[in-house]
Design a protein around this ligand. Structure first.
Ligand SMILES: [Zn+2]
Ligand SMILES: [Zn+2]
Length: 86
């Protein structure tokens, strides 16, 4: 299950293979502390369970889109999650 929205996610080798492909929501392990060139080989960060969060691809996109791309492009989100210019 996604740790944020609670939707059931599909993880290869773990999840029920009977779930039809079109209903599968990909699960992703998100690093709460984002990985970068400095910490990518630091196991205290890459493999530390307290730094990992199992979420669905939608929540993952939102997380990264909100914090990185939006800021980079001079965009931000309003309270409803709509993309707006800053
Ligand atoms: Zn989710
Ligand atoms: Zn992530």
């Amino acid at each position: 299950m996604c740790a944020r929205c609670g939707c059931p996610v599909y993880v290869k080798g773990i999840s029920d293979e009977n779930i039809p492909k079109e209903n599968r929501i990909k699960g992703i392990v998100h690093h709460k502390q984002y990985l970068n060139n400095d910490n990518i080989y630091d196991e205290n960060i890459t493999l530390n369970e307290s730094n990992l969060e199992g979420i669905c691809i939608d929540c993952h996109n939102q997380e990264h889109f909100k914090k990185q791309m939006a800021i980079r492009n001079g965009l931000t989100f309003d309270s409803k999650g709509n993309l707006i210019k800053k």
